[in-house]
Design a protein around this ligand. Structure first.
Ligand SMILES: Nc1ncnc2c1ncn2[C@@H]1O[C@H](COP(=O)(O)OP(=O)(O)OP(=O)(O)O)[C@@H](O)[C@H]1O
Ligand SMILES: [Mg+2]
Length: 489
């Protein structure tokens, strides 16, 4: 087709500029016949890392040597001069890939590059990814065991697998290529990232959450952070399997979700808050009308009656922004039965609390905090900073009346994620909010692999404050049993 036709008469594709002799040796040493990373994607994520990640990135399956990159770059440049990218863009992905394969195979033979079939395959994959997809990120995006991909400039790509962060052997040709890929990602959602607007949030077609911050703000080159979207979201039963919560703890959570308690999920970055929120929504009655508000839609509710809303950043002229507060306020006019806020981080806290206090029982939200107490005081400061001139005591009264339960999620030092506290809000004593733990996680030690050993334990509370609520929903017996079991765990 067009590529092949032009190949013959494009001087740059001939080996003239590239002496044939040194190349074979370089490639032999270089391409290293590594299997394509796609094919050896490890099993889905487990709670804690079993095998420690290789300390040396050159041991990782994605590693390619310097010489490999040199050969790839030569072939890539020849390819770019040979093909007509606009025509290529009109083909479907499969045909584009075939077209590129044919041309690359020809370039390899013209340039006398000696490669095994496996090496050629791996080079072809890499080049197709560069031209058509997200370049070196593709093999990482194809793996389902990765939670986060963090690119700090062209030569430093880190991933988080099973709670542990490790450096990969992947690198980009240069910061220019990385920037192009960032641009490609954000342009798909109609955004732009460059020196004049160097911060950008976006989403991959599969739903993964993306943040880009470019130079000059990011000093060492474009910095890309991707929270991989998990197609199969974890369920409460998975969390029990992983030891994130005990079976009786899970039962308590299930009752909290079903009997329409207002819940805050608190935790640090990447501690599993959104995952936990998603698992709790499984216990919402299918007849309820639920409205979710998120910055980037991550929740996957299974109920039939769900409205999903998403905020919008300002456009290039700085207008058109729709904030979380706008969404939550609008929600109230949509006859919701429950409102779910992906992440509470600003003045929308006030509107969510108001919603919780005005008949939208069972509303939920997550926020960043290290303990349930801290979560409540963060809520207070979000309201104060939002410009509401209410006395501190009034704000606390609103919080106490609204929030029933705070669930604390944490990522422990061994990388495992645990629910460390289920705490209920009891009331105000003077100016102080009184809380009571129902379940806590006690660390007992660690095993020989450095994994934390601990247990979830009920605190012996006989009748939590939401007991009446549980009774109203006919769940009090189950609650009593779960509390007993958790105490005797
Ligand atoms: N209990 C768990 N066991 C194992 N993996 C988990 C657990 N909870 C969450 N994860 C995984 O950890 C990653 C981060 O989870 P999640 O997005 O829920 O965190 P988060 O606290 O909402 O993060 P952020 O603060 O960035 O919004 C995801 O890949 C998720 O699948
Ligand atoms: Mg989250």
């Amino acid at each position: 087709m067009f590529g092949k036709r032009s190949l013959g008469d494009t001087p740059s594709a001939t080996p003239a500029a590239q002496p044939a002799s040194p190349t074979p040796a370089r490639v032999q040493a270089a391409a290293g016949a590594k299997p394509t990373p796609r094919s050896n994607a490890p099993a889905p994520s487990a709670p804690a890392s079993r095998a420690p990640p290789p300390a040396d990135p050159s041991e990782s399956p994605e590693y390619r040597s310097e010489a490999y990159y040199r050969v790839k770059s030569t072939i890539f440049n020849a390819l770019i001069e040979t093909i007509d990218l606009t025509q290529l863009a009109q083909l479907d992905p499969e045909s584009s890939r075939d077209e590129i394969r044919d041309i690359v195979a020809e370039i390899i033979s013209i340039k006398n590059v000696v490669m095994s079939i496996a090496e050629q395959e791996s080079l072809l994959d890499d080049i197709c990814n560069d031209v058509l997809g997200y370049g070196p990120l593709e093999p990482l995006l194809a793996r389902d065991d990765i939670a986060d991909i963090m690119v700090n400039g062209a030569n430093a790509v880190f991933i988080e697998v099973s709670g542990k962060i490790s450096k990969t052997g992947i690198r980009f040709r240069d910061n220019g290529q990385l920037m192009n890929i960032c641009q490609r990602i954000v342009s798909q959602v109609g955004r732009r990232v460059d020196e004049s607007s160097p911060i950008c949030d976006a989403r991959l077609p599969d739903g993964s959450r993306v943040n880009v911050i470019a130079p000059p703000l990011a000093i060492d080159g474009p910095t890309l952070t991707i929270r991989k979207f998990k197609k199969d979201k974890l369920k409460l039963s998975n969390l029990v399997e992983f030891g994130s919560v005990s079976p009786s703890g899970a039962k308590i959570l299930q009752i909290i979700g079903a009997c329409r308690c207002n819940v805050l999920i608190s935790g640090g970055t990447g501690s599993g808050k959104t995952t936990l929120l998603n698992t709790l929504t499984a216990f919402i009655d299918p007849t309820e009308r639920v409205i979710t508000c998120e910055d980037a839609a991550e929740l996957q509710l299974q109920q039939p009656h769900v409205v999903r809303l998403e905020t919008r950043p300002p456009n290039l002229e700085g207008s058109g922004q729709v904030t979380m507060r706008d969404l939550v306020k609008n929600c109230l006019r949509m006859r919701p039965e429950r409102i779910i806020v992906g992440e509470v981080r600003g003045p929308e806290a006030f509107d969510l609390l108001q919603a919780m206090n005005t008949g939208h029982d069972g509303s939920m939200g997550t926020l960043h905090a290290n303990t349930p107490r801290e979560a409540l005081s963060r809520l207070e400061s979000m309201i104060t900073m939002g410009g509401f001139s209410l006395p501190a005591k009034t704000i606390r009264e609103i919080i106490v009346a609204a929030v029933d339960v705070v669930i604390q999620a944490a990522r422990l030092r061994d990388g495992s994620r645990r629910i460390t506290q289920i705490t209920e809000v009891l009331g105000l004593e003077g100016d102080t909010i009184i809380t009571q733990d129902l379940l806590t996680y006690e660390i007992q030690g660690e095993d020989q692999h450095g994994r934390i050993i601990g247990r979830h334990r009920g605190t012996g509370v006989g009748r939590p404050r939401f007991w009446e609520r549980a009774r109203y929903f006919g769940l009090e017996k189950e609650l009593a049993q779960a509390l007993d079991e958790s105490e005797n765990a």
